[in-house]
Design a binder for this molecule. Sequence first.
Ligand code: NAP
Length: 290
Amino acid sequence: MKLLDGKKCAESLITDISRRVAAYVGSGLRKPHMTVILVGEHAPSESYVKSKITSCARAGFESALLRFPESITESELLAKIAEINADPATDGLIVQLPVPKHINPQNIINAIDPDKDIDGFHPTNFGRMTLGQKAFRPATAYGICKLLQFYEIPVKGKHCVVIGRSNIVGKPISIMLSNDFEIGNATVTLAHIETPRELLLDETRRADIIVVAVGIPGFITEDMVKDGVVMIDVGINRLDNGKLVGDVDFENVSKKCSWITPVPGGVGRMTVAALMVNTLMAYQNNFDLL
Ligand code: NAP
């Protein structure tokens, strides 16, 4: 078993980005700029935002964190987004999810200028990604592709099983792995909560690559996989004892894997790195550098 080290891969991507940024700045351009909006107080969001801001600094980007109280109304938030959409000094805009219950997250996603939508959640980007066109790709799914590329894991012609169909992870990674784009050309099965157990087992037991994103600790057990499987564990679950674990029973399943992502230090790191890749692309688009 070998580890798909998200930390190492993310560092390599961010170092490469920082070199490119240094060259752009050296030629007289301003630095790329990411704006993050955080509404209310939510401990995991605080930690995700902190890691995005830190990574911006390491990539050579400028960033701004705009905090708003839980009481902000949807229309006030939409007005703020419109203001940032119109600001040429911001290349990429993220509204950290979840937003408070009185705000409809889809209205927020739809309001972000698709050219600044570095999370890749806007229907325009999601549609373009699905069609195999140039787009900002949802960061966790794109990060998984980058990780597979970094370790030169063969994907073409492989049988992949994705478990979980969320719009931010399961659905986009199933599309990316099956598309003919950068990495892909796999045959993909997408399983979800209505997939009968026997069917799920049939699929996972013959899968070459499994991507699991269900948010259930220990969901993937040793008996569910074949020897040599490549296991991508997206889950981030905090146990009662404070330990952070994924969706895979790592101790037992890892013995059968050819490659596996650790939690933490796997996909989570890649999510932030892919956001940096998307921000650089937004900046390059703005300055016609591509
Ligand atoms: P989500 O929106 O809750 O989606 C979970 C998906 O799993 C749903 O599609 C659900 O099916 C499916 N599911 C739930 N129970 C299942 C079961 N017993 N069998 C088969 N499918 C089942 O979650 P998410 O946002 O995709 O996140 C999933 C996990 O990844 C969470 O632990 C989250 O914290 C983590 N995550 C990590 C990163 C990272 O950077 N590493 C990024 C995002 C999320 P239905 O659609 O039918 O409900």
